[in-house]
Design a binder for this molecule. Sequence first.
Ligand code: GAL
Length: 825
Amino acid sequence: MKYSNLFKTLILFSLFALLSCSKGNNDVFTSRKISFNSNWSFHLNDSIIDKDTIGSSTKWRTLNVPHDWSIEGKFDEKSPAGYGGGALNGGLGWYKKTFKVAVEDSSKVTSIIFDGVYRNSEVWVNGHYLGKRPNGYIGFQYEISPYLNYGDKNNEIIVKVDNSKQPNSRWYSGSGIFRNVWIETTDKLHVGQWGTYVTTPKVTAEKASVNFETTIQNQNSASKKATVTTTIFKEDTKVTSVTQNITIGANTNQTIKQSAEVETPILWSVEKPELYTAVTEIAVDDQMVDQYKTNFGIRDFKFDLNKGFILNGKQVKIKGVCMHHDLGPLGAAINTRAIERQLEILKEMGVNGIRTSHNPPAPELLDLCDKMGFIVMDEAFDMWKQTKTKYDYGNDWDKWHKKDLIDQLLRDRNHPSIFVWSIGNEIPEQWNENGVKIAKELAAITRQYDKTRPLTAAMNPPVNMNIDEVTLQFEKNNVSINPLAASGVLDLIGYNYAHQTYEHHLKNFPNTPFIATETTSGLQTRGYYDSVSDTIKKWPVSWDKKFEGGNPGNTVSAYDQVQTPWGSTHEATWKVIKKHDFLSGMYIWTGFDYIGEPTPYEWPSISSYFGIVDLAGFPKDVYYMYQSEWTDKTVLHIFPHWNWKAGQTVDVWAYYNKADEVELFLNGKSVGIRSKKGDDLHVMWRIPFQAGTLKAVSRKDGKTVLETEIKTAGNPDNLKLTADRSNIKADGNDLSFITVDILDAKGVLVPNANNEINFSLKGNGKIVGVCSGDPVSHEPYKGSKHTALNGKCLVIVQSTDKTGRLELTAKANGLKPATIVITAE
Ligand code: GAL
């Protein structure tokens, strides 16, 4: 049935909610929830610690959340967060907002929902203390109706955020109300917080059974008779529905179970992430009083000891990446389009999995993974009771871990993209019996709330490798099997690194399937190369003596040859994972560079070198190795650039697929044909540099498959602007990511250009971030100028709620400027 009455009502409800909430919303997830992001007042002041002293004389700045105040600061060598935390300062901040609530709502239940506040948030409404939440990465909500004024009288909400004690996170955390805030208004009889649980216990091509567990909350002082109807929709088409009558006592919760069947279900897969929606409606005397929407997917999966990950009956290798939660120049303030762009770039590379290292992510990331088709490992903790940094969550463990874990499970368990729960990353207690005890407790909680997914822990590593350069941690704990791995608590043995041991997995763990929770940790600066690739091979010579000086400007050569001693090159780990079916897959550290942990360097480096994609979103060369292996695209990528000294010896690498050979031509003359042998993933030529054109031709059976060339660039002459999208929504949130290329007079990218670019914007919009991907740059990400790195720079433009033309101009001294027009509509 198309556009059932029920669905029409839902649409009307949603439209009403969209209209009644302030502009600048993200998706309105259900009709009950409206955005509460706009018009907050903010004040940063370490010395005001008491709510009652934030008098009217305090200077407040107006802003919209999500907001990260740390990203607005200066990089500071003395920052207590250290370079590991991005050398950006925390501090103590206050947010407040006044608002009115309609008289009609006085008979309803109103709650405020925070998707995440980093960290130690405390909230008051009209002077009433609502509570504290130390963990910055988890969502929480407070009912505020008992304290509200209705009608013309104002209400005031105050939020204290204390991120002053540093360090407290690995890696850059950001500070403030860095995720979305919502107001939820419901009838007193309503679906509870995270009140639905949808599972699909039996899935075949013909039929899927769908089970619903719905928690109904009755906040009336009388018992209620009601009808609970759950309807499944596929887009706008009603699939089926189930109804149940209930009687629910005054001021109680009741969980009801319903089941439905979906004939010839359209399954969720990585290639076609098909979603269904369950709409739960509560009616009293035939009047609908509450409506709640849950997206879910129908899929069948298992981790098989011998065959790896099986999704809908088909073996799927998990080609995943770990992602830290920051969004580069935007900091930790979440923006749905910025997350979507990261996922698009990764999808294009062939990535099909995301590990939310090392904390529960923003809900929007999971919604996007549901829609875009990623296999998510949702991770709860980076530490348990034993701290990793002085002021981290370990200090809050005893009081909060149970609540935080339960809330993560309740919040996330309907997402079809989540396939694995990780109860922790490289937890120090993994080495002792106390760790096993804690793991048992966490596993019991996890299984109580969700039995449909396996759980793992990222162990470093599960077995002793007996080789020299392992983590110091491991050498200290001279055991051959990690006690946590041996305990039998985990459903999957999660390997961090130790790729040398993967082939022996079935010998060491004959009963438990494999997953590589974290791999590789290769190191690269985008666009920087030591001309001969293996000169860098042995560097860093001695890791514990700190890389013996390193490279000028804290660069790392982007040939895939520099790695941490605990990790491997990109090729080495993928070669092993690729070879065996029982190796279900891997999550590479990391998809994108992130702020903090600038290994192998220290200050003045402040952001990471681990990413396959840099902090600005520009791919490093190894991106194309994965693309050639992980996608159906035809790939031929050669590097480095072609600007060297005459006669200098240069290594040229090519990543390619769908061809038997690649021939390289320098200024029209062949310098040789190369073919990958055995498990090779690239080919190489070592040739003397001569300015001009380097051209590669890939061939299959003698026929040309692809051709590509790179040319020697002249001096910088002009700028070119390219927008990822030139039409954006006028919703105050949407973004256009604009790439600046520095070109010579003939239009060739100048690969070592580092001009300072100045940006100006006309029209209703603002520049919200600038970045070059340079881990050493201390220029603010929130400025309107930035120095390019190796010919490239990024500027991010955000719409306001007004439609119109945005005109961005980029200028650099001595170069021809460029202008681009973006339309906000
Ligand atoms: C891992 C750790 C990550 C990151 C990575 C760098 O051991 O889990 O957080 O530090 O190493 O290689």
